[in-house]
Design a protein around this ligand. Structure first.
Ligand SMILES: [Zn+2]
Length: 165
């Protein structure tokens, strides 16, 4: 290998991997999302902090949490507009992603924000948003997204979407 004329031969290839993983203690969040269009957080049994995304144990005091259903509205803490993404989301470009503080929660959750008129003045800090659900849900984070509150009624009239529980 010390030959100064050495040149690595490279072959372009594709590997398909079938895999399955468990969501463990977080499973209820995805099951309730898929079956009942509910967004669940977890509430610490000791300090009362409400976590979304849910945590099995409180990250502040390490105590157990219990499930709690959240209102499906909130406000944007910080956001950006997405122009480059993976093949899974390229058809939706441009869209926004935002940390959203849901009304009953104490933490922010990163989630997509769609708008009929995607301009920075509509997707910004303090903007009120509501959750809209796909009619065909798989038990994934992409089963729902947020829209500006004033667009909610228009979004849930579209054939592929519906309002929450
Ligand atoms: Zn706690």
């Amino acid at each position: 290998m010390s030959d100064e004329n050495f040149q690595a031969h490279e072959i372009r290839d594709k590997i398909v991997i079938q895999y399955k993983y468990t969501l463990g203690g977080h499973s209820k969040f995805f099951i309730e999302l898929k079956d009942n269009k509910k967004i669940l957080g977890t509430k610490c049994k000791k300090c009362g902090k409400v976590w979304i995304p849910p945590r099995v144990n409180c990250s502040d005091c390490y105590e157990e949490t219990e499930w709690t259903e959240l209102k499906q509205s909130g406000e944007i803490l910080i956001s950006t507009i997405v122009w480059y993404t993976t093949s899974a989301f390229i058809a939706s470009v441009p869209y926004a992603i935002a940390f959203i503080k849901m009304d009953d929660a104490d933490t922010g959750m990163l989630q997509g924000v769609f708008s009929e008129n995607l301009v920075p003045s509509k997707i910004k800090k303090g903007k009120r948003v509501r959750a809209v659900f796909n009619k065909e849900r798989e038990g994934k984070m992409t089963d729902f997204f947020f829209v500006p509150e004033e667009e909610y009624e228009n979004w849930i009239k579209k054939p592929e979407y519906e309002g929450g529980a």
